[in-house]
Ligand binder design. Structure first.
Ligand SMILES: Nc1ncnc2c1ncn2[C@@H]1O[C@H](COP(=O)(O)OP(=O)(O)OP(=O)(O)O)[C@@H](O)[C@H]1O
Length: 277
């Protein structure tokens, strides 16, 4: 199931003043594609994802999923957020079956177990969220979203709060799940390495005003190795493009305190200094 973002603009009102997040965003995501929205803080990635999810309304334009205009959330679009939002009083299995309410109980259990197996949590179905690591909790959230069998999975920095090792492990798991399930995935991140590891296509967003600056097709075999010179070259190319955008955000946030050399040291805005934006 593909989706189209057609001429979407968003204005928020802050203290009665209009704030233009972005204007006239156009994006076409094909069925089964893994597309990352990558850009600096505040460029509107989450807002765009929320509009696709139907959790936020576009000020102008529309989103069309499988030929139908999005008017609100729908079962064909599953969402995974940075915080897994599990119910602490339910165990892992119940957290997933809860999402399948209305279905026959035995069927609920069968589907939940099948998806918990997919994220390698079969041994933990009776554990409670507080007994799990952050990575495991996020895998439950992914299983819960997939159990509802959405054709489109919308992910908003799902691994943003996890340590590097867990994040890398989940990258491999998500790639595997994507290959197994053939879902269409839209994935928000501000991490260049993550976008390059996972995506078929990277949509680079800039800020002030929010817009799409560039798109990259990533035709590299999976799993992608960071040591692969083609991976490194693409990361470098993206960092080059985004350096100016990040500086723009920092200048705005820091005002007179902004100093480009210090910013490079502190936040790695210089092109040789890391891939995290
Ligand atoms: N409900 C809201 N009301 C007012 N302003 C908002 C609201 N939601 C987001 N914004 C503003 O819209 C802009 C875009 O926010 P958004 O969260 O979409 O950016 P982002 O690119 O996802 O950033 P980050 O990577 O930091 O999460 C920001 O300036 C933010 O302050």
């Amino acid at each position: 199931m593909g989706l189209q973002v057609k001429g979407v603009s968003k204005i928020f009102y802050k203290h009665d003043e209009p704030f233009h997040v972005f204007d006239d965003i156009n994006l076409n995501v094909e069925t089964g594609q893994f597309v990352s929205l990558l850009g600096p803080s505040g460029c509107g990635k989450s807002t765009l994802l929320n509009i696709i999810a139907g959790l936020e309304q576009a000020t102008k334009g529309e989103v069309v999923v499988d030929g139908k205009k999005v008017e609100g959330p729908g079962p064909e679009r599953g969402v995974v957020f940075q915080e897994p939002a599990l119910m602490p009083w339910l165990n892992v299995l119940e957290n997933v079956t809860f999402a399948l309410k209305g279905m026959d109980k035995a069927k609920q259990k069968e589907i939940a177990l099948q998806h918990l197996k997919l994220v390698h949590l079969s041994k933990f179905i009776h554990s409670y969220p507080h007994e799990l690591s952050g990575g495991m909790r996020q895998r439950v959230a992914i299983a819960r979203a997939l159990a509802m069998n959405p054709q489109v999975l919308l992910m908003d920095e799902p691994f943003g709060a996890l340590d590097e090792q867990t994040r890398m492990m989940l990258h491999r798991e998500l790639s595997y799940i994507w290959m197994q399930t053939k879902k269409t995935i839209v994935f928000v991140t501000h991490n260049i390495r993550e976008a390059v590891q996972l995506s078929d296509r990277i949509v680079l967003m800039g800020t002030r005003p929010g817009r799409i600056i560039e798109e990259f097709e990533v035709n590299l075999p999976r799993p992608r190795q960071t040591t692969d010179p083609r991976v490194a070259a693409l990361e470098e190319q993206i960092m080059e493009l985004l350096g100016g955008e990040i500086e723009k955000v920092m200048r705005e946030e820091m005002g007179d305190d902004y100093n480009s050399q210090k910013a490079a040291l502190l936040y790695g805005t210089h092109r040789d200094m890391g891939s995290h934006i």
